[in-house]
Design a protein around this ligand. Structure first.
Ligand SMILES: C[S@@+](CC[C@H](N)C(=O)[O-])C[C@H]1O[C@@H](n2cnc3c(N)ncnc32)[C@H](O)[C@@H]1O
Length: 207
């Protein structure tokens, strides 16, 4: 089982070489996610599990952006990008997405790229996202969700134990997540190698 401590340990280790492995493999998903988000000038955006900050250069610079991550080593790399690119609209904070310290309705929109299945409790993360996002706000998930093909889903269950050691789950079910948090799906697209990941734009239906 992933725990907050094990996630920190795993991603603190990934920090130094995460970009070498995952910058290109996951770049299509990040680009599509930013397009689906369609951030408007001045809108306040939260990026959950911002990691080494690979999405940060893709956002417009006239919107305030807050990036949080549980791993300080991943955030160190994000800080280097923010400094090198002079992204003065970006604020980075070490924070557990399962228990955020922001008040309710703090953000116009939220993105979570390859994060919900990397967290110990994906439902807590999504519940917190819905709390800090304004009612009706846009939420974009880029993630691998459990396959709809039965054989592939069985295979994903088999390899889940190994994947957890690297820092993610393979069996998270999108439909269950959406129903549990009463999210409304706007658009979804398949992205990355073999279309194995999904970019999903949702609306926060919380009143
Ligand atoms: C696979 S990486 C994705 C990083 C980045 N979003 C990207 O597009 O490459 C997953 C990230 O989620 C972070 N993470 C996992 N659980 C978290 C939690 N509970 N709170 C905040 N960040 C978390 C990890 O530290 C890691 O940086």
């Amino acid at each position: 089982m992933l725990t907050a401590d094990s996630v920190v340990k795993i991603y603190d280790r990934w920090g130094r070489f995460y970009d070498i492995v995952f910058k290109w493999i996951f770049s299509e998903g990040r680009n599509v996610g930013v397009e689906l988000l369609d951030l408007k000038a001045g809108e306040r955006l939260l990026e959950v599990g911002v990691g080494t900050g690979l999405s940060l250069p893709l956002y417009r610079r006239d919107s305030p952006i807050v990036g949080i991550d549980i791993s300080s080593k991943m955030l160190e790399k994000a800080r280097e990008k923010v400094d090198n690119l002079g992204l003065r609209n970006v604020d980075l904070q070490v924070m557990d997405a399962q228990a955020m310290t922001f008040p309710d309705d703090s953000f116009d929109c939220v993105t979570a790229c390859y994060v919900v299945s990397a967290a110990p409790d994906p439902h807590k993360v999504v519940s917190e996202i819905c709390r800090v996002c304004k009612p009706g706000g846009r939420i974009v998930f880029i993630n691998h969700f459990k396959s709809q093909n039965r054989l592939l889903a069985r295979f994903e269950e088999l390899i889940n134990g190994i994947c957890r050691k690297f820092g993610w789950e393979t069996t998270l079910d999108l439909e269950t997540l959406i129903a549990a948090h009463k999210l409304v799906i706007g658009v979804q697209e398949r992205v990355n190698i073999f279309d194995y990941w999904r970019a999903v734009l949702c609306y926060n239906s919380r009143k």
